[in-house]
Design a protein around this ligand. Structure first.
Ligand code: SF4
Length: 263
């Protein structure tokens, strides 16, 4: 009798079952591993990817970040402070901080102890205060008090990683970077739009599939979609503008909400 051809899923389940089954003592000969197919960039056609981002654009043509700031420096500090904290919480803490210090020079003059006191409602505030002062000192010493526009210089600053650099490059300097946060990471994987085990892997795939003319605001659109509609616990598929395109197996609706009329 011929063995049934297994789908990758059932094959994986069978493999898992085989692992869990008690061993007979006789070792099966090692089977050569099938060569893994190259991982696809996305489950969507280029036309579908374009349609997704054009709908986001129709709803919100000029999306804005939700971290309050008055210049590139205060944006940089706000993003550094936002790690493992909500934007609302950061905005509350930075209101007074940025009134007192909106330049690296003023931040250095304010001092670590005072900064620590002003941001103590934010998680990890001790370390964040230390980084805020250290990065301000570096900006004064190495960049004439300005925020550099290149990724390498940004990532060399204390407390600044790839995601923070991407946010600053995008919002302060208009670069088409994609900062993968928790929402974008979830959407990339859930929708099979840009699957990856790490934020960098998701970022690389989004970079590769999003059309150049829609890249500038892509990260904001994805964050807003993840924050307000495609939520972590229960995606609100009934309010979703891309419900017909979405390839998430667990979606509960496939009729998209109507888009606002385009001017
Ligand atoms: S249909 Fe549901 S799962 Fe798919 S993108 Fe919309 S909210 Fe998310």
């Amino acid at each position: 009798m011929k063995a049934a051809i297994k789908s990758p899923k059932s094959a994986a389940a069978a493999e898992a079952g085989a692992k869990a089954a008690p061993q007979s003592g006789v070792k099966a000969p090692a089977r050569p591993r099938a060569k893994a197919a190259p991982r696809r960039k996305t489950a969507y056609t280029p036309a579908e990817v374009r349609a997704i981002f054009e709908r986001f654009q129709a709803i919100d043509p000029e999306p804005k970040g939700e971290l309050d700031h008055v210049n590139p420096f205060t944006l940089l500090v706000a993003v550094v402070l936002s790690a493992q904290a909500t934007d609302v919480g950061v905005n509350k803490a930075t209101r007074e901080l940025f009134q007192l210090a909106d330049t690296p020079e003023k931040m250095v003059a304010l001092g670590e102890e005072r900064v620590r006191d002003l941001i103590k409602t934010i998680g990890l505030y001790r370390n964040k205060a230390k980084n805020t002062i250290a990065l301000s000192e570096r900006l004064v010493a190495e960049h004439g008090g300005a925020v550099p526009r290149d990724r390498a210089s940004l990532e060399a600053l204390p407390g600044v990683g790839r995601k923070t650099a991407n946010v600053v490059l995008n919002i302060a300097f208009g670069e088409p970077t994609i900062a993968v946060d928790t929402h974008i990471f979830r959407i990339g994987n859930r929708l099979h739009l840009a699957e990856g085990k790490t934020p960098d892997a998701v970022e690389a795939k989004l970079e590769a599939i999003i059309p150049a003319d829609l890249k500038r605001h892509a990260h904001h659109w994805l964050i807003l979609h993840g924050r307000y509609i495609c939520k972590a616990r229960r995606p609100e598929c009934e309010r979703c503008p891309i419900a017909d395109l979405c390839k998430f197996e667990g979606k509960t609706n496939d009729v998209p909400v109507p888009l606002p009329a385009l001017a």
